[in-house]
Design a protein. Structure first.
Length: 137
């Protein structure tokens, strides 16, 4: 007997998921007449900036590279906030996407600025961290 006839619910997963909507602004930024990287230009641009940051980190100075990577995530946040249709850059709600991109981008930039061996930014609370992890002055 089937579950409908007995009045009980089935334990099997549904064949098709219903009720899940794509995030706001997840439509492609351009029409299908363009190739995929052009059609999805917002995420292509963010990934290109992050890739440049990785190359700079590998080839030159890690601080500059990390600043570029953090800037790329900040660029993604701005694009998600301003552009109405961002394609694959839209993962969750607009608020959540912008908040997560800003938090991660800001954390990467902050860590790049306070990295040891002549930090560019001195935070008094971070100066005392060495005491707590066992490093002696």
């Amino acid at each position: 007997m089937s579950a409908e006839r007995t009045g009980r619910s089935s334990r099997r997963r549904p064949v098709r998921t219903t009720g899940t909507l794509p995030p706001e602004g997840s439509g492609a930024a351009m029409d299908r007449g363009h190739s995929l990287p052009i059609r999805q230009w917002p995420i292509t641009l963010v990934l290109a900036v992050v890739a440049i940051g990785l190359v700079v980190t590998w080839a030159d100075d890690f601080r500059y590279g990390l600043l570029v990577i953090g800037g790329g995530l900040g660029l993604g946040a701005v694009l998600r906030l301003v552009v109405p249709e961002v394609g694959m850059l839209a993962v969750r709600s607009r608020f959540t996407d912008v908040l997560v991109l800003l938090l991660f981008g800001g954390a990467i930039v902050l860590l790049a600025l306070v990295a040891q061996q002549d930090p560019w930014l001195h935070l008094s609370k971070l100066e005392d961290v060495g005491k707590y992890i066992g490093r002696k002055h």
